[in-house]
Ligand binder design. Structure first.
Ligand SMILES: CC(C)(COP(=O)(O)OP(=O)(O)OC[C@H]1O[C@@H](n2cnc3c(N)ncnc32)[C@H](O)[C@@H]1OP(=O)(O)O)[C@@H](O)C(=O)NCCC(=O)NCCS
Length: 172
């Protein structure tokens, strides 16, 4: 199993943009956006995103979380995509990235985390379920975008809303 002790969690830069895009492609699960979208994300939403970098050289990325604070509800951090390279899964890396990001954002006024998950994504459902338990926060599930809203065949996206989040509540 991956030794996540040698992982540095940090804010992405535009130089990471294409590695994020490649991880999204390789995930075979995520909706892959244009390479340009990941560059823009790394420029404009870097402070609400995180990458996991393994000690090098070479300094290789093992995963990322992208998120943003909702413009009309800035106390809510919306997690857009989470990916961990297949070789590093199951070692708690995604959970660590989420904790890292949430800790920084809660210190800046975030009280809730949201994400959307399709009903078939067990790993992601467990990831956010475990996050809610570690933070002693409640998790509410509701429909975000029904399948009928997508132009192509796509499962419904369910909204997971977790909170309130308080740093001192977090379990290890
Ligand atoms: C979802 C994903 C990011 C999880 O990354 P990870 O580093 O392996 O996750 P963690 O090790 O932190 O595990 C988190 C939880 O998910 C569970 N889990 C991990 N892989 C799993 C799998 N394949 N099936 C079911 N549960 C799984 C873990 O057991 C853990 O739950 P627990 O604490 O209740 O035991 C990773 O599987 C991935 O990149 N998948 C493809 C992209 C994707 O689906 N992203 C999420 C949608 S935005």
């Amino acid at each position: 199993m991956t030794d996540t002790a040698h992982v540095r969690l940090r804010t992405p830069t535009v130089a990471d943009g294409q590695a994020l895009w490649q991880m999204a492609v390789d995930s075979a699960t995520l909706d892959v956006n244009a390479p340009y979208a990941y560059l823009l994300w790394c420029r404009d939403f870097a402070s609400t995103s995180v990458v996991a970098e393994f000690d090098g050289p070479p300094h290789k990325l093992g995963g990322f979380v992208t998120g943003y604070r909702r413009p009309d509800q800035p106390q809510t951090l919306m997690v857009w995509q989470v990916a961990v390279n297949a070789a590093h899964r199951g070692a708690g890396l995604a959970g660590r990235m989420l904790d890292h990001l949430a800790t920084a954002q809660v210190a800046q006024g975030v009280t809730h985390l949201e994400t959307s998950i399709t009903p078939d994504n067990d790993a992601s459902r467990r990831l956010f379920g475990a996050f809610a338990r570690r933070w002693d926060a409640s998790l509410k599930c509701s429909e975000l975008f029904g399948a009928d809203l997508f132009a192509e065949s796509h499962l419904a996206e369910e909204l997971f809303r977790i909170g309130p989040l308080r740093v001192h509540q977090r379990h290890q």
